[in-house]
Design a protein around this ligand. Sequence first.
Ligand code: SF4
Length: 309
Amino acid sequence: MHIILAKPRGFCAGVERAIQCVERSLELFGKPVYVLNQIVHNTHVVNSLQKKGAVFVRNIEDVPENSILLFSAHGVGPEQWEKAQKRHLKVIDATCPLVERVHRSAKKYAEQDYTIILIGDAGHDETIGTMGWAKGKVFLVQNIHDAQTIEIPENDYIAYITQTTLSIEDCKKIVDILHERFPHLQSPSSGNICYATTNRQKAVLSLAKKADIVIVVGDSESANSRRLADIARSVGKTAYLVLDATEIKTKWLKDVKTVLITSGASVPEEHVQGVLKFLSNWEPCSIEEICVASENVHFKIPPAIREKE
Ligand code: SF4
């Protein structure tokens, strides 16, 4: 079997930073430190931080007063900041700076009295946070049907923003429809879909044609991982999303000569290596890594937990 390893894959700068924020907070303040929601959407990452002393909660009310609280890479709305303040929590903000940029746009448009269209997934942590900054003047558009049917008063100023981890292709189709329906629609000055999402999707799009099947390592909760599998399917390939090697079924590998492997932005590389090991044990494999885009993005952790330089 021939294995193509897509590059870039796995951790993005925002995920790296969020994990560092939790680890550094544990070092500095001791355990427990509390984290609102999953720090990143990967069960393995969450479990490993839990073992080190992080406590994950869904509600700020569950955090004892005067504790340390981290906001996840997906960000939160202003109401969570207010709740944290009321409980006298010391907040370490692990929101990815690229998500924060979208929050700033939402806030700016809301202050200028725009009606905001947010293209994103209902119920996703990032979408919930961004909607908070849009201060109620926001419509969520999840798909083409929503874009075709959404009703906004004609005279409103309208702007759109997006979740950072959307499919580039699907988002473009939605934006085209919105532009057609609302010619005065304002676009973000630079796209909101982040560099890591863009590069991982580009790699799958260009490499999937060389493979019989595609295995995406990623959590089913992870929007960007799910999109990678969807993109492979959109070019006619069978694609499987697996949390790790234990989820692979050997029947998938019958008559398969070439497998493309990639991983979502919240996936530790060890789980990709686990999949490689599983396949190599199944039958002899040749492995080729193909780099489609180079990345050299790193974000600093917040000053409050940075080592003294
Ligand atoms: S996927 Fe993009 S927006 Fe999300 S944490 Fe990573 S770099 Fe930030």
